[in-house]
Design a binder for this molecule. Structure first.
Ligand code: CYC
Length: 161
């Protein structure tokens, strides 16, 4: 896993150079948004169950997917789906704190689409649920922090598409 600091310093070290102006500017933005990201992570962890409940209600419930024949039926699969959303939320929060998507690539997305395809887990409803989490989370943490974490929800969706 990388974060903004390692992702800038490691390549500079390989070149044997100091960070360039543009790279220092990226670091400055990282430090400047630090307080915001930490606060958002705290709000998300205190409200994780509510975020998921609301996102599921806004996206997946009340459709065929939870009925016999749907991928969220029966309860075992419903629970697996909720568990997956819980993982997406937690890892998106880590990525926001690191301001770097590599933890998602390494620990969440590697092989996930293949797993979903082989189990018949439908991608479009999964993406809808992740987008619903993004909306609910943004309402909780505000637009600015919502933008910070939103890009990592989008990163997961892109990795599944
Ligand atoms: C930390 C990284 C990590 C991820 C991301 C992960 C995902 C993951 N989700 C799985 C299953 C599953 N995932 C879903 C999810 C859904 N079905 C739907 O219709 C909804 C749209 C959607 C929820 C949004 C379901 C229903 C299963 C069970 C499928 C089955 O066994 O038939 C499985 C197969 C094994 C299992 O059932 O536990 C994995 C590996 N596991 C991991 O370790």
């Amino acid at each position: 896993m990388q974060d903004t600091i390692t992702s800038l310093i490691n390549p500079a070290d390989q070149r044997g150079k100091y960070l360039e102006t543009e790279e220092l500017e990226k670091l400055r933005r990282y430090f400047q948004s630090g307080e915001l990201r930490v606060k958002a992570a705290s709000a998300i962890s205190n409200n994780a169950a509510n975020i998921i409940r609301e996102a599921v209600a806004n996206s997946l419930l009340y459709g065929d997917i939870t009925c016999p024949g749907g991928n969220m039926y029966p309860t075992r699969r419903y629970a697996a789906c909720i568990r997956d959303l819980t993982l997406f939320l937690r890892y998106a929060t880590y990525a926001m704190l690191a301001a770097d998507p590599s933890i998602l690539d390494e620990r969440v997305l590697d092989g996930l689409k293949e797993t979903y395809d082989s189990l018949g887990v439908p991608i479009q409803p999964t993406i809808q649920a992740i987008q619903a989490m993004k909306e609910v989370t943004t309402r909780l943490v505000g637009a600015e922090a919502g933008g910070e974490i939103g890009m990592y929800f989008d990163h997961i969706c892109n990795g599944l598409s």
